[in-house]
Unconditional design. Structure first.
Length: 156
């Protein structure tokens, strides 16, 4: 008896690959749902990137406009900061906001010894300092160096 190749049992390579991909996606979703440290890491990393991005913007604006710009952290009544914003200082001393305040995710715990950092037209920062961002057990540090205006993000 001759066997027809189209009626043979089994799965094609494409079907097997499709099942593997779908299983991988479902496992990834399940891991994120059951391991909150993954979401804590993403939230802390996003907050540190937002802060460092705004600090870079303040420094860049100071250099390009030849005016002092500063970055300010704002508390919500406790020791933790809940939002931040960039301001420009005009020649007459007027302080103008550059952007709307950026509010942290409610899971973020942000602390710093300094609540503001200004940048001169040469790009240097007013002071050296560290902003600590915590979410769950995940810690990130955003470090600002005075003489160079360098901004560095480090995982704690």
């Amino acid at each position: 008896m001759q066997r027809d190749s189209q009626s043979a049992g089994g799965f094609t390579l494409v079907e097997i690959l499709f099942v593997i991909v779908v299983t991988g996606i479902l496992l990834t979703i399940a891991m994120i749902r059951f391991d909150p440290s993954i979401t804590d890491k993403v939230i802390a990393q996003a907050a540190s990137r937002k802060i460092s991005g705004s600090l870079f913007s303040a420094r860049r604006l100071s250099i390009s406009t030849d005016r002092v710009h500063y970055f300010e952290l704002r508390p919500s009544g406790g020791p933790n900061y809940t939002e931040f914003q960039i301001f420009r200082i005009d020649d007459d001393g007027t302080i103008s906001p550059i952007e709307t305040p950026i509010i942290f995710d409610s899971k973020i715990n942000c602390v710093s010894a300094n609540d503001s950092f200004s940048f001169t037209p040469s790009g240097s920062a007013s002071k050296t300092g560290t902003i600590e961002i915590r979410c769950g057990g995940i810690i990130y540090y955003v470090k600002i160096y005075a003489n160079t205006g360098m901004i560095v993000v480090e995982k704690g």
